[in-house]
Design a protein around this ligand. Structure first.
Ligand code: SF4
Ligand code: SF4
Length: 166
């Protein structure tokens, strides 16, 4: 539970999730920022103004799932590494998650990496399908991994396997 150990439970996450129908339209941001904190770079990062804070900078971000294009520009701008892009059904039984990554080495496309859940527990392995790391992202790469569809709401970090590529 968020208030006890900082780990969001599936029940707590419900308020941050789009309706199931939205996933059929393509990638969408999941903003796992559920506490009132003085932070708002996600708001200005969004080119279509899909993120709002009704009560100002200490409010929680609220995402308009219909406006969100899933572009991912908000992901590297979040200092809390709390924004993910989820795309379901990229292939039969497969989904994709885009995740901020600030460690070295940065994974590369087609590399197999260890998939971790919110608690850092290993939940499998997945293939990196995209890495975006331009200077504008200021050393926060955005790594997209292919994951089993049923794990798309569990995978929230990746770890490069020791020995590099596999
Ligand atoms: S993914 Fe793109 S459109 Fe969606 S909230 Fe983030 S910046 Fe805005
Ligand atoms: S930038 Fe990240 S941590 Fe800050 S309010 Fe937005 S989602 Fe929350």
């Amino acid at each position: 539970m968020l208030i006890n150990d900082g780990i969001i439970t599936p029940e707590e996450l419900k308020c941050a999730l789009p309706p199931e129908e939205r996933y059929k339209k393509g990638p969408v941001a999941i903003i796992e920022c559920l506490q009132d904190i003085p932070c708002d770079p996600c708001v200005s990062a969004c080119p279509v103004k899909a993120i709002q804070m009704k009560e100002g900078i200490t409010d929680k971000p609220v995402l308009d799932f219909e406006k969100c294009t899933g572009c991912g520009l908000c992901v590297p701008k979040c200092p809390g590494l709390a924004i993910f892009i989820v795309q379901k059904n990229i292939a039969p039984g497969k989904a994709a998650v885009s995740i901020s990554y600030e460690l070295l080495p940065i994974p590369v496309k087609d590399q197999m990496v260890t998939l971790l859940d919110r608690a850092g527990k290993e939940v499998g392995e997945g293939k990196v399908i995209r890495v975006i790391n331009p200077p504008a992202y200021d050393k926060t790469a955005v790594v997209t991994v292919e994951v089993p569809e049923e794990k798309v709401m569990d995978v929230r970090a990746v770890r490069v396997k020791s020995g590099g590529q596999s």
